[in-house]
Ligand binder design. Structure first.
Ligand code: WQD
Length: 344
């Protein structure tokens, strides 16, 4: 297969970034991975190489550094697109260190957009956004036209502001076509178990906390509240397999690389369209792993919304993308990955 367009993937050693790099390779794209290794491991590069069976260009770069970003773009002037994952993403940490989040998430974004403008060539740009922008939506399932509420955390605010910066830039600079993908809850691991979610330190998210508890790295899972107005009292989320999410990036890239494509900015919700409660996730884990999970019910976590799941009709229709993998597939892959990590 002749090499397709050359794509820079920032945050390419991260959870979603690494899985997207693998999908890009399988579609014949040339990939440049950019990562500062602040919240990822160089081991993931080896995992990607083991899957794609090819060397891959990796640039260790701090995107907050304007000079470094300029040098990156000078070195790779022939790129056709950028998929921008690189960002700090721990909600709790963002409340404690807001300036770190604004500087990193927005400073890096602006540095990249400024270099895109200097390139002065047609360029495609996919932005990693989040359903966090909706807060607690009034209408479920959540459509892209749902109102954007005041963010509940600096992290969520950087996603809202990031989308606005890109939309304004697309209005002022006509050589860019961009799509923001609003992820719901990404979970799971690559079937090869060469790559997966690699939380550094104590996991914030539910699935890695479940698998670390089951493998014995954590004593027990605390369910953050079971007194919500849901069928079993626990919060509901739309958990999407990271492979389906990675494939959504390929579909979005194809759309913005298409010269026939007229719209130069759009947003899409990327989820399964189905919500599951925390208790349903726990029961599903116990079923696929044949492991009894040690958990207790604790107090609510500040900032948690009650219920969120996507209306995916827009992505289904316009991107011709559908989530294909089930909650069981995703949780089983996450469990296999945790067991692999234990052996290392
Ligand atoms: C899911 C559910 C918790 C841990 C966040 C970001 C979102 C995206 C995914 C980046 C909630 C419950 C969790 C635990 C629990 N990240 N839970 N005990 O908060 O829905 O989404 O991560 O883009 O933007 O907002 O994900 O996995 O933290 O929580 O009971 O130890 O699991 O209360 O109901 P969340 P999560």
């Amino acid at each position: 297969m002749s090499k397709k367009s050359k794509i820079i993937v920032t945050g390419g050693l991260g959870f979603i970034g690494s899985h997207t790099v693998v999908e890009l390779f399988s579609e014949g794209y040339e990939v440049i991975i950019v990562d500062d290794l602040s919240n990822s491991s160089i081991d993931i590069l080896k995992g990607i190489t083991n899957i794609v069976k090819s060397d891959i260009i990796f640039e260790k770069i701090d995107l907050k550094n304007k000079i470094s970003v300029k040098e990156l773009f000078n070195k790779h002037k022939d790129i056709s697109g950028i998929i921008h994952f690189a960002a700090s993403k721990a909600i709790g940490e963002s409340v404690i260190e807001p300036l770190k989040y604004y500087e990193n998430n927005l400073g890096s974004l602006i540095n990249i957009l400024q270099e895109i403008e200097n390139l002065n060539t047609n360029i495609s740009f996919i932005f990693s956004s989040s359903c966090t922008v909706y807060g607690q939506a009034l209408n479920l399932p959540i459509k892209e036209i749902e109102s954007i509420k005041k963010a509940e955390s600096p992290y969520g605010n950087t996603k809202q502001i990031g989308e606005e910066i890109i939309e304004d830039f697309c209005k002022s600079y006509n050589k860019i076509k961009s799509i923001s993908l609003r992820y719901f809850n990404p979970i799971g691991a690559h079937p090869s178990i060469e790559i997966g979610e690699l939380p550094i330190g104590k996991p914030e998210n539910l699935i890695p906390f479940i698998t670390q508890t089951a493998i014995g790295k954590r004593e027990k899972l605390i369910v953050f509240g079971n007194d919500y107005p849901t069928q079993d009292g626990t919060c509901i989320r739309d958990y999407i397999h990271v492979i389906d999410l990675a494939k959504a990036h390929i579909k979005a890239l194809e759309r913005v690389l298409n010269p026939e494509q007229k719209s130069n900015y759009d947003v899409f919700n990327i989820g399964t369209g189905k919500g599951y409660s925390v208790m349903e996730v726990i029961k599903t884990f116990e079923k696929v792993s044949s492991h009894k999970l040690n958990y207790t019910i604790g107090p609510r976590r500040k900032g948690d919304i009650i219920e969120a799941y996507a209306d995916t009709k827009k992505a289904n229709k316009i991107l011709d993308w559908h989530a294909k993998l089930s909650l069981e597939d995703a949780i089983l892959s996450a469990w296999k990955w945790e067991k692999k990590l234990q052996e290392l």
